[in-house]
Design a binder for this molecule. Structure first.
Ligand code: SAH
Ligand code: SF4
Length: 387
């Protein structure tokens, strides 16, 4: 059968005003097929483009050699681009952590960046209960990605909060950070053990639809397992309720930034607690159906003198026990940032805090700070080109 002349039917639909074309990266195989069918091409061409972007990690339309040359030429002539995010800057820490400033394609403003972090030895928090601490190989790595540029939640101890919310990232921009980092590190999907944490800049549950669309792309198109993904929320109750209704084969694990053992302290450091206090938060979390052996992670930032005292640990143990949830606690010593008036506790204080939780039967881990020297540690992700 002869190839039909490529010029006959234009693919030139949905072009954004101003001539800028939004990236193909972010569309799933089904949407791509519809797009191609609308332009008079067979549906399987859409699947080929999805394979090229999400499995082969190609970044330019002319590289997609599974497509006939005239179709590639037509796509390029009409300014279609894969438009996967790119790494504008990379900073490498002495501990192997790499922090990337990621730039976006299409109509995203030039110079605007979000941050992604590669932690080759994993993150003791999320991997803590599943992987051996002696396994030093980077096949036990963690990628931390952003869901928004900036954040609107305004937690008092967090550097990202200082930016305010600049904008939501699209599904393609969120999933694109992951693929860009996988590609840079030559990860073999399905063979290497890589955890994903949605714990970079932003509050994923205030960008819920794009966040979940990104998860679906990562699971269905890229081939990653949602059991190796953890999303962290500051406690957006309507978001948790929606999350509870997601199918298990598409749902990441859940981490809650609890950060305080009672409403008074929590409201002081996380103003969001006025809207959704701890009881409402715990009630919402109870609605999330768990997989066998799955646990909820409670993240707890240790702020010197504010949340790190023995009485806080006892109160936290009671709170977790009374919640009735299968849970573990990840303790994070506060990572400092300029103009934030908190103190980092001594390692002994963190260990004592952990000891109290463990004595009370609550599994507790101290998350090692990664990449502190390059401002890549938790809460230090701020859009800046300085290292
Ligand atoms: N917005 C989401 C996810 C990103 S923040 C959330 O808040 O859960 C990821 C984790 O980093 C949260 O648990 C948060 O409490 C913690 N964090 C923020 N700033 C920090 C800092 N300066 N030091 C240590 N942990 C911090
Ligand atoms: Fe936003 Fe999370 Fe930082 Fe709070 S801790 S300001 S929710 S990024």
């Amino acid at each position: 059968m002869r190839e039909k002349p490529a010029q006959l039917v234009s693919l030139d639909v949905n072009r954004a005003s101003g001539g800028l074309r939004e990236p193909l990266f972010g569309l799933d195989a089904e949407s791509l097929s519809k797009l191609l069918v609308a332009a008079g091409e067979p549906a399987f061409r859409g699947k080929q483009i999805a394979e090229a972007m999400y499995r082969q990690w190609l970044t330019e339309v002319p590289e997609i050699t599974t497509l006939p040359a005239p179709l590639r030429a037509k796509l390029s002539a009409e300014s279609w681009q894969i438009g996967r995010p790119t790494i504008a800057c990379a900073f490498k820490s002495v501990d192997g952590t790499e922090r990337y400033l990621v730039e976006f394609a299409g109509s995203a403003p030039k110079g605007e960046t979000a941050e992604a972090v590669w932690m080759p030895e994993g993150d003791d928090g999320e991997a803590g209960d599943e992987t051996s601490p002696h396994e030093k190989d980077w096949s036990r790595a963690t990628i931390c990605i952003s869901s928004q540029i900036g954040c609107a939640v305004n937690c008092q101890f967090c550097l990202t909060a200082k930016l305010g919310l600049q904008r939501n990232l699209t599904a393609g921009e969120i999933a694109g950070q992951v693929v860009t980092v996988l590609d840079r590190q030559a990860v073999r999907v399905g063979r290497d053990r890589v955890n994903l944490v949605f714990m970079g800049m932003g509050e994923p549950f205030l960008n819920y639809d794009n966040f979940m669309a990104a998860v679906r792309l990562l699971v269905r198109e890229v081939g990653l397992s949602p059991r190796r993904m953890t999303v962290s929320t500051s406690g957006i109750v309507p978001g948790i309720e929606k999350f509870a209704r997601e199918p298990l084969d598409l749902r990441p694990k859940l981490a809650i930034s609890l950060n305080a053992p009672n409403d008074a302290v929590r409201a002081e450091i996380m103003p969001i607690n006025h809207k959704w206090p701890i009881a409402a938060l715990i009630n919402a979390v109870r609605q999330v159906p768990l997989r066998p052996r799955e646990r909820i992670t409670f993240e707890y930032v240790l702020l010197g003198g504010v949340t790190d005292q023995p009485e806080h640990a006892h109160e936290l143990a009671r709170l977790v026990r009374r919640s009735g949830l299968p849970a573990k606690v990840n303790l994070i010593a506060w990572n400092p940032g300029p103009d934030i008036p908190y103190a980092t506790p001594k390692p002994e204080t963190a260990e004592q805090f952990q000891g109290i939780l463990m004595d009370n039967g609550i599994p507790a881990y101290i998350r090692q700070p990664r990449g502190r020297d390059i401002f890549a540690a938790c809460g230090q992700l701020k859009r800046t080109v300085e290292a």
